[in-house]
Every structure is written in C-alpha cells, then in structure tokens.
Design a protein around this ligand. Structure first.
Ligand code: SF4
Length: 223
C-alpha cells in the first residue's frame, strides 16, 4: 500500500452493534488484514486481501451514508500506515470517528480527536500476553477532553476471562475514568450469566450485547 491507498475489506452502512455508540447508524470502513490470530475471531474474512482504494474514494463512499459516526475497523486497522491520515482527514471534515482496534498496537499515533475502542484480550483469546502496554498507560496519562476518547472492551468467554478482567480493571482502576464495555463471546457464554457476575461484584463496567447479531443472522457480513 502507498501513503494514500488502503487495503479495504468492505465499506458498509449499519447499526453500530457495540460500545458506547451502540444503536447509532454508522458507516463502517473495514480494513483488510490482521494476522493476530485470536481464537474466536469473528471477522476472519477480513484476512483476505481485499481491494485497494485511494483515501479520497474511501472517504467519499463513507460520506454517502451521511452517518452520525464513522468507524474504522478491521482486521487490524492500525497495521496500515495510511489509516492515520485517513482518520485525521475525517476528523478535519467534522466527522465523529471511532476506531476499533485489537489492542496489540499502540494507539499513540492516532489523532487525539478519534474515539478509540481498545480491545483488552483475555486468556481465552490466546493472545492476552500481547495486549500493548502503551494503551492503558496512554489512557491513564491523557488529560480531559482527550481522556474521554479512550474506551476499553473485553470479550468474555468464561469464568477465567472474567476473573482476569476484574483483576485488570481493579489494578488500573479503569472503570473510575473510562467506559469499559464487557461482552460475551457469542455462543460461548450466556449474557445473563455475565450480567449476574457483574451485579454480584458491583462492577462498574457496562454489559454489551452485539446488537447486529440479534438484528441479523449472526454470521452475516456487512452489518
Ligand atoms: S485482532 Fe481482531 S481481527 Fe485480528 S484476529 Fe483478533 S479478533 Fe480477529
């Protein structure tokens, strides 16, 4: 890819299914490629090469949806250098830009106006050791209003993940300052069980359901 082109898996219009913007119509720009190999990855098709598009084409396509927000996702979007100017250009156009990242790359170079949704991968992912230490450090060091652009997401597949997550949240006091969304690995854990654990432990995280998997068939692409 050049400095102005990106490998794109798909650009589509849907309802935001996750995070603090859940429920909003949103344009999604899904970048191709990741390679992180998380167990249970539900966007494996984004590993395919995709198509190469100029930054301007991508922006124009996303803007046709006149969306209240635009999410940059993947794959792992931060692997492509041209994603950084893409996000900045969208911010300059007064767009609300969300970034969904797998959390194994530092978000240090991301435009501070971008709302960063950072995965904290738990043990069941098989890649918990590769969560980039910069990301929690940068969030804790950020001053308002930049501080409010950090959000964390943990996908829980069972009891071990839940205990890992609560210990991490406590260690860094993350729920005191940030939105922390806690969801279930679809089909692996009953959301009602996670809800019970959260209530029992007086956890100040937010339970999230992947809305798009309830609105449409769970394996459907482009939603
Ligand atoms: S980081 Fe995301 S896209 Fe990459 S393998 Fe993990 S879940 Fe899949």
């Amino acid at each position: 890819m050049s400095a102005t082109t990106l490998g794109i898996s798909e650009i589509f219009h849907s309802i935001q299914g996750e995070g603090s913007y859940a429920g909003w119509p949103c344009a999604f720009i899904r970048l191709a490629g990741c390679g992180h190999g998380c167990a249970g990855c539900d966007t494996g098709y984004a590993e395919e090469k995709g198509i190469t598009l100029e930054r301007e084409e991508i922006i124009q396509k996303a803007l046709t949806f006149q969306p209240p927000c635009i999410e940059i996702t993947g794959g792992e979007p931060l692997l492509q250098p041209a994603v950084y100017p893409l996000m900045t250009q969208l911010c300059d156009l007064d767009q609300k830009v969300l970034l969904e990242t797998g959390g194994f790359i530092s978000v240090e170079k991301v435009d501070t106006r971008v709302h960063k949704i950072i995965d904290l991968k738990p043990p069941s992912s098989g890649v918990a050791e590769q969560n980039h230490p910069d990301n929690i450090r940068l969030a804790l060091a950020a001053e308002p209003p930049h501080r409010h652009t950090f959000e964390f997401k943990i996908v829980i597949a069972g009891k071990e993940d839940y205990e890992w997550a609560t210990s991490l949240l406590q260690k860094h006091q993350l729920t005191d300052s940030f939105t922390v969304m806690m969801g279930v690995a679809f089909g692996k854990l009953d959301p009602a069980e996670l809800a019970e654990w959260m209530l029992r432990d007086r956890l100040r995280a937010r339970l999230q359901l992947q809305l798009h998997k309830y609105l449409w068939e769970p394996s459907r692409r482009g939603v």
